[in-house]
Ligand binder design. Structure first.
Ligand code: NAD
Length: 470
């Protein structure tokens, strides 16, 4: 098929590359010329494992990147994968979507039926909105010359290619028979794994024969749009739940690792999304919960569970700061190192991460903060230029004369860090591991005062010389 993907971000660049990899003639379009230049140079505009292995062999052959919308005229399928950030009131800003729809409308060809597929996360009713904007711009009638289909994306950054090649489910929302037919044809190769053998040299995970085939789920557009919000908000609630459980464990003396494991053995609950953290964050959960909540309130059907999860999450970010205060008392003049600025490992996405909220509070309380992240520092700095913090190229530098090091993101390299060297650099060897990720026994053996979240062993006291034991 001839596929166009509008947006070269975390969703668009991966989707476009994957569809090209399984044989479709694909064009990625973005308004940002820098991203297009990177793609044309065989480089990924985002940090995502596997992309650099895949792109060079495709670009210029059956994958093209451009800022021009001309390719829309030749397309059977046009994906919209542009951003839908939050507005002040929490609702989704559809500015990029509207612009993309108008530009598509201006290029649509009379000679072929085009299926416009909305992959962006959008509020209920956006399928109709996009259709009417395209009608206005093109002069064509929806469902006669084109149709708009909802096809929400569920990929996880850091595993984006795996998720696109091995999705659990593909949700397609449309009432158009032509839309249904084209979407089934489009996804056929992905569901049947056609061409995976040839690709597995570059992406070894494609050899995986165990993963069950994707479930192809067809529904109406409104339900499809809601499924994405419903799923993300549910996962956010699940994380907030285990995070609150971690806090209760600290009060009552339980161990949240055991509690989560025991809960997760119940197949109705499952073990996923029961990992404790300083709270959920990133470019999706905060904006998607905000949109769902704002819309539910606007329509008089407030989602109280989501409201509580949002409030709980904000307090979880601050709970990290409270724990540091409990150990160091006044933070005035204290030096604090932060490991991890992205919302999860294996991504450079530092939008709306918990690190920003936590660092902001530490700075307000008078601490000097040094930070490190393997991939996310550039984006974090550009989004948080107001924060007076030191960016360290080496993770160990965050520990220089530090009174505390806080691990926020569980990048593998932090586990492999020379923690003995970190110990000798720090003024007080206190480590707060908000992901319960580090080898606590090893750190304690080195001499660290180690704290996780929700662990029964969290009982640290200040020793006489100001260095903590625990
Ligand atoms: P992103 O900001 O990384 O990428 C969006 C891209 O669209 C940018 O490169 C931007 O320049 C481009 N763009 C904006 N307007 C355009 C236009 N009119 N024409 C062409 N290009 C345009 O965003 P993202 O993270 O890829 O997310 C895209 C959508 O997918 C959002 O709605 C998001 O909620 C959803 N989503 C994201 C993820 C994720 O993990 N990032 C997962 C599932 C769904």
């Amino acid at each position: 098929m001839n596929v166009v993907c509008i947006g070269a971000g975390y969703v668009g660049s991966v989707t476009g590359t994957a569809f090209a990899a399984i044989g479709h003639q694909t064009t990625i379009i973005d308004i940002d010329p820098k991203k297009i230049e990177q793609l044309n140079g065989g480089k990924s505009p985002i940090y995502e494992p596997g992309m650099e292995q895949l792109l060079p062999a495709l670009i210029g052959k059956n994958l093209f990147a451009t800022t021009s919308f001309e390719a829309v005229a030749e397309a059977h399928v046009v994906f919209i994968a542009v951003g839908t950030p939050s507005k002040e009131d929490g609702t989704a800003d559809l500015g990029y979507i509207k612009l993309a729809a108008q530009k598509i409308g201006r290029e649509l060809s009379k000679d072929r039926f085009t299926v416009i597929v909305n992959k962006s996360t959008v509020p209920v009713g956006t399928t109709e909105l996009v259709a009417s904007l395209i009608e206005e711009a093109s002069g064509f009638e929806a469902d006669e010359h084109f149709t708009v289909v909802s096809n929400p994306e569920f990929l996880r950054e850091g595993y984006a290619l795996e998720d696109v090649f091995f999705p659990d489910r593909i949700v397609v929302g449309t009432s158009s028979p032509q839309g249904l037919q084209v979407m089934r044809e489009l996804y056929h190769n992905l569901i049947e794994r056609v061409g995976y053998d040839q690709l597995s040299e570059r992406l070894p995970f494609l050899c995986d024969r165990q993963t069950p085939k994707a479930i192809y789920f067809e529904t109406d557009p409104k339900s499809a749009e809601l499924i994405k919000y419903a799923a993300n908000a549910f996962l956010a609630v699940k994380i907030s739940y285990i995070n609150e459980m971690a806090r209760l464990c600290e009060v009552l003396g339980g161990n949240v690792l055991a509690v989560a494991e025991g809960m997760g053995l119940d197949t109705r609950i499952g073990k996923k999304f029961l990992q404790v953290s300083s709270g959920w964050s990133g470019s999706c959960f905060p904006k998607d919960t905000a949109e769902l909540l704002a819309t539910s309130q606007k329509y008089g059907s407030e989602m109280m569970v989501v409201k509580a999860a949002v409030a709980s999450n904000e307090s979880m970010h601050m709970y990290v700061v409270e724990k540091v205060i409990r150990q160091l008392q006044s933070l005035n003049g204290k030096r604090i190192g932060i490991l991890g600025l992205t919302f999860k490992p294996d991504t450079d996405d530092a939008r709306k991460t918990q690190a920003a909220a936590i660092i902001q509070k530490l700075v307000e309380l008078g601490a000097s903060v040094s930070v490190h992240d393997p991939q996310g520092m550039a984006m974090f700095q550009s989004l948080n230029s107001h924060l007076p913090i030191v960016y360290c190229h080496e993770p160990l530098d965050t520990g220089t004369r530090a009174d505390a090091v806080i691990l926020l993101t569980h990048w593998q390299e932090y586990q492999e860090l020379d923690w003995a060297a970190m110990h000798s650099l720090m003024r007080r060897p206190y480590v707060l591991d908000t992901r319960n990720f580090l080898d606590s026994a090893r750190l304690k053996a080195i001499g660290f005062a180690y704290e996780g979240l929700g662990l029964a062993t969290n009982s640290l006291t200040l020793a006489g010389d100001g260095v903590m034991g625990g």
